[in-house]
Design a protein around this ligand. Structure first.
Ligand SMILES: [Zn+2]
Length: 117
């Protein structure tokens, strides 16, 4: 392979692409000849679908109501900010009860800090 690279480097830079391809082993020349440019268009659609699927999968989470924990998407849920943190709930009931529960736990933990200090 090193001799092939040396040979390709020795070829003048003004040499055209066809001449450079002709220096490659026959198997690689066949691979290049079989390449279909139209696949790029189809593949870009596949990549777009894969990107959207990944973004949707990244949006999946569990309802932050600790009594529910249903699987939800952050795109289709109720978002609530509590003490600079964002919480996600599956419906209005969970948003109400879950928010109260989270705030209750925060108040309780603050009380414990005050007692121990
Ligand atoms: Zn829920």
């Amino acid at each position: 392979m090193n001799s092939l690279l040396k040979e390709m480097r020795n070829v003048s830079y003004v040499c055209n692409l066809k001449q450079r391809i002709a220096l490659l082993p026959k198997e690689l020349q066949i691979e290049i000849a079989e390449y279909n440019v139209d696949h790029r268009i189809a593949l870009s659609r596949v990549h777009q679908e894969m990107k959207e699927m990944k973004e949707y999968n990244d949006s999946l989470d569990y309802c932050d109501n600790d009594m529910c924990e249903s699987s939800i998407s952050k795109w289709y849920c109720i978002e609530s900010k509590i003490m600079n943190d964002t919480y996600y709930f599956c419906d209005d009931y969970c948003a109400s009860y879950g928010s109260w529960s989270i705030k209750y736990d925060m108040r309780k933990s603050r009380r414990n800090v005050n007692i121990t200090n």
